[in-house]
Design a protein around this ligand. Sequence first.
Ligand code: 3PG
Length: 205
Amino acid sequence: MIIDQIVSRASVIPVLVIDEVADAVPLGRALVAGGLSVLEITLRTPVALECVQRMAGEIEGAVVGAGTVLTPAMRQAVADVGGQFCVSPGLIEGETCEGAIPLMPGIATATELMAGLAAGFTHFKLFPANVVGGVDALKAFASPFQQAKFCPTGGINAENAANYLALPNVVCVGGSWVAPQAAVRAGDWSHITQLARKAAALGRL
Ligand code: 3PG
């Protein structure tokens, strides 16, 4: 699957930090049940790669990838366990749009965006979106960089997501708000499904 097929499947990509492997599949199923089928597991916990593997293998209808991918080796490791895409907070030196699985690099400035375009990327995470100009930055990037599409992430929530999704150069947004740590720890999957359902509806406004 190429990156535009992946991002076109969901207007909101949940950004997940999972501490316990046992939570991975129920969490993913709760999100898919609410209508969010593209799942980003951040490589920030020791069990993250195992979670990618379990979720990719066991959750029907999900497209499972990894976030916080910082090196070429991490991109390869995600591919090796069956992950379908990677997201990075920045540009990874030497990485291009070619690779085992699609990568969506993060950018915060015009210069970084130009470097990413030169490496063949078309889809970028604007990160941290709320700090580096948010909606106004994306509007400003639209004219000089007409070929670039964005998934703003960082500070996006149920209140401001629709403002981003209304922009023509935004294909989806990412955020952790749909899977609060407290709800994951409590195993409150029905609450997470409710949050996912509301988030999924934002893309249809
Ligand atoms: C991240 O990589 O942590 C994402 O940008 C999530 O940001 P958020 O927690 O502000 O949604």
